[in-house]
Design a binder for this molecule. Structure first.
Ligand SMILES: [Zn+2]
Length: 332
């Protein structure tokens, strides 16, 4: 396992420098275009200099009054400047990718500096992406196209009175609800079951993207590769960063375990997998989405029935059905 945090830190400082450079050019172009604004800015600078000069003079009594007078003027000019900018819809602030940490990767809360969620997410992506075939960026509710799901009802085939299209839209609402209530302690985890190509990964991806946009950390992994990564860590190098990443399986805001049931499960792997799932169930701040091509009966047979029934108690089950949308996409 080769995790290089210094590369990410270099990327961040480059990103920040670029944002500041771009901003300096932009501010200059705004001043070039609006002499009115430039005048205000020059006036502020001039007054600031004047105030400093007076303050440096020794005559304390008379200078205080003058300085205050100038500071009032500056305040008024700054207000004029803000009004002008607001009126014209101009912002002179640098545009960072992450407003929370201003692209430094770190935030300070109560004198305690910690890694920003954007950098945590970057680390998670970098480390787990090598295992990951996930097109996380492409999937979101906006480009959700329900027309690829059939609108033909077939209660016998689907074991439901809904058409696949009606059904996927119900699941979509449930997924949006999951995102909106993510912070609520009583909101449940999600268990997606159903055949391949019925939209499980797509809906998981949409949820992941929405939450990342809101500043949560998300880790997506298929069960087999997740277990490989865990065993890599357990029997590989135990650097501080790799430990952090292992820990993030427990404390990442959302963990998505895809393809449960396809892994080659030894007793040791079974224990490892369910200790993660269990400890996340006990932490009200974290949520988990488990997705499987098998139905609950099959999962109960593959794993311990008690484990599965415990899952059902803490998870909202969603059964996906319909024809394989991946085939439909190819035929388009
Ligand atoms: Zn950030």
């Amino acid at each position: 396992m080769n995790i290089d945090i210094s590369t990410i830190q270099r990327e961040y400082s480059q990103k920040r420098i670029n944002a500041l450079k771009e901003n300096a050019l932009y501010v200059q172009s705004v001043y070039d275009k609006s002499p009115e604004l430039l005048n205000i800015e020059n006036e502020i600078k001039k007054l600031g200099l004047e105030a400093t000069k007076i303050a440096l003079k020794k005559d304390q009594n008379s200078s205080d009054e003058k300085v205050n007078e100038i500071l009032d003027k500056i305040k008024q000019l700054k207000k004029n400047k803000d009004d002008y900018l607001n009126k014209n819809g101009i912002s002179l602030k640098p545009k960072y990718d992450c407003e929370k940490c201003k692209d430094t990767g770190y935030i300070t809360i109560d004198a305690h500096t910690q890694m920003c969620t954007c950098m945590k997410q970057k680390l998670l992506d970098q480390y787990y992406n090598k295992y990951n075939q996930y097109k996380l960026k492409l999937e979101n509710f906006e480009n959700f196209d329900d027309s690829i799901f059939s609108d033909k009802k077939n209660p016998e085939k689907y074991n439901s009175n809904d058409s696949p299209r009606e059904h996927i839209n119900k699941i979509k609402s449930l997924a949006i609800d999951f995102v909106e209530k993510f912070d609520e302690e009583n909101s449940k985890n999600l268990l997606f079951t159903g055949n391949p190509g019925t939209g499980k990964t797509f809906i998981s991806g949409c949820i992941a993207n929405e939450l990342i946009k809101k500043g949560y950390t998300v880790l997506y992994q298929t069960a087999p590769l997740l277990l490989d990564a865990i065993f890599d860590y357990k029997f590989g190098s135990k650097s501080k960063t790799s430990k952090n990443l292992y820990d993030s399986l427990f404390d990442v805001d959302l963990l998505i375990i895809d393809d449960l049931g396809t892994e080659n499960l030894s007793a040791a792997k079974f224990t490892e997998l369910f200790s993660i799932i269990n400890s996340r169930m006990l932490n009200p701040k974290t949520k988990t989405i488990i997705s499987s091509n098998y139905d609950l009966n099959k999962l109960a047979k593959l794993y311990d029935e008690r484990v599965i029934s415990r899952l059902i108690g803490q998870y909202t089950g969603c059964r996906f059905f319909g024809d394989d949308i991946r085939l439909r996409n190819k035929n388009k």
